[in-house]
Design a protein around this ligand. Structure first.
Ligand SMILES: [Zn+2]
Length: 112
C-alpha cells in the first residue's frame, strides 16, 4: 500500500503513515454484493453471481447447483428464487452522464 499524501510504500498494512502521519486506509475493494453476474451468465447469471460472491469457480457453483437439482429438485426452486431476489449486476461501463427522461410536466427553473 502507498501513502496517499507522500507516496511512501508500505509492504504491510499500517494505520498511519510514519513519514507524514496521514491516516492510511486499506486498499478499497469493490463492495461485494450477491448479484447476478453479467460476465458469467448461462441462464440468469445466478451461478456466476454466487461464484463472484464466494470467490470460487463458477463451474463449481454450477456443479453444486446441478447436483442439488438432481438430488431432490430444490435446486431449481432455489435458482428461480435467487433469480427473482438477486439484483442484476450494474453495467461495468459507467455512464458519465445520467440521462434524464424528458418530462412534459417538469419545467426548468428560471435562472434569476
Ligand atoms: Zn505519508
Amino acid at each position: 500500500m502507498f501513502c496517499p499524501k507522500c507516496g511512501k510504500e508500505y509492504s504491510q498494512a499500517v494505520n498511519f503513515c510514519s513519514q507524514c502521519g496521514t491516516e492510511m486506509h486499506p486498499p478499497i475493494r469493490p463492495s461485494r454484493k450477491l448479484m447476478r453476474s453479467r460476465t458469467d451468465e448461462k441462464i440468469a447469471g445466478v451461478c456466476g453471481g454466487f461464484a463472484e460472491y464466494l470467490e470460487i469457480d463458477v463451474t463449481l457453483v454450477r456443479l453444486i447447483w446441478l447436483a442439488a437439482l438432481f438430488l431432490g429438485g430444490w435446486g431449481l426452486i432455489a435458482y428461480i428464487v435467487a433469480w427473482i431476489v438477486m439484483p442484476l449486476e450494474p453495467l461495468p461501463q459507467h455512464a458519465s452522464s445520467t440521462v434524464q427522461p424528458s418530462s412534459s410536466t417538469a419545467q426548468p427553473a428560471p435562472n434569476s
